[in-house]
Ligand binder design. Structure first.
Ligand code: NAD
Length: 260
């Protein structure tokens, strides 16, 4: 078994997940990346992160819409490094539509990835974590885990759900050295947000600038996007001893959005 801590970050081929995986690797953890995308591009990202940090970086292309794939990914990660210290459930998608037109398959996909995949991964990780009496589970929730916005019924439902899952897992595992917390970011300018701008323009009949200023950043008092590094820094903090008594919490990184 490696001396290094081992982390698995879902949805880490881009955006927030890649930022979290990078912060962990820079801190000396071996890392399993996961996510979809062009295999050549992903291999470039994997190799560059390994070369930059000197840790082992592996990639698992599991499609987390499938329950068995979630469990298989966790089992392989435990097998590869002989330990799993940190699990970050980050993979997520978005779809924006008035509810009467909301495609049923989009609802099912968002619940499957943004909520159920975390359940399946935690379910598979809990036994090995309890056996080692150590585990740090971090669920990337959202300001939308605390408040709603129109046209995001599936996303808001899944994110509210993941807070309930976080609290339940925190209580179940507290006596076994395992902690489970959520990070709830406001808007971060990743592909996930870029992709919803055209739909929001259509749904609200607005220009791109109006969507950014009057919708996305309207509720964010700093009037700035949250940076990927801001979220990654909190995730790394949750793996340090200073955070040992943080359990079942949602740490907001939203420029004050949910303080209103
Ligand atoms: P992103 O689109 O940049 O990254 C999403 C990742 O999930 C990618 O690596 C993608 O390949 C992966 N993914 C998509 N479908 C998958 C599947 N079926 N199986 C496995 N992996 C899959 O998005 P992001 O903005 O970095 O979002 C990451 C997380 O942060 C999501 O849970 C999102 O809800 C949350 N979040 C984002 C924001 C924001 O403003 N960007 C705000 C709050 C919360």
């Amino acid at each position: 078994m490696s001396e290094r801590k081992a982390a698995l970050v879902t949805g880490s081929t881009s955006g927030i997940g890649l930022g979290v995986a990078t912060a962990f690797a820079k801190a000396g953890m071996n890392v399993t990346l996961n996510g979809l995308g062009d295999p050549n591009e992903i291999e470039k990202v994997r190799a560059a992160l390994a070369a930059e940090t000197g840790v082992e970086v592996r990639y698992d292309g599991a499609n987390l819409m499938q329950p068995e794939a979630c469990a298989g990914m966790v089992d392989s990660a435990v097998g590869a490094f002989g330990r799993l210290d940190v699990l970050v459930n980050n993979a997520g998608i978005q779809y924006v539509s008035p509810i009467e037109d909301f495609p049923v398959d989009k609802w099912n996909a968002i619940i499957a990835l943004n909520l159920s995949a975390a359940f399946h991964a935690i379910r598979a990780a809990m036994r090995p974590m309890k056996e080692r009496k150590y585990g740090r589970i971090i669920n990337i929730a959202s300001a939308h885990a605390h408040v709603a916005s129109p046209f995001k019924s599936a996303y808001v439902a899944a994110k509210h759900g993941i807070l309930g899952l976080t609290k339940t897992v925190a209580l179940e595992s507290a006596a076994f050295g395992v902690r489970c917390n959520a990070i709830s970011p406001g808007y971060v300018l990743t592909p996930l947000v870029e992709n919803q701008i055209p739909d929001t323009m259509k749904a609200r009949n607005m220009t791109r600038e109006q969507v950014i200023n009057d919708v996305l950043l309207a509720a964010q008092p700093t009037k700035e996007f949250v940076k990927i590094e801001d979220v990654a820094g909190i995730a790394l903090f949750l793996t340090t001893p200073a955070a040992d008594q943080i359990n079942g919490a949602s740490l907001s990184v939203d420029g004050g959005w949910t303080a209103q």
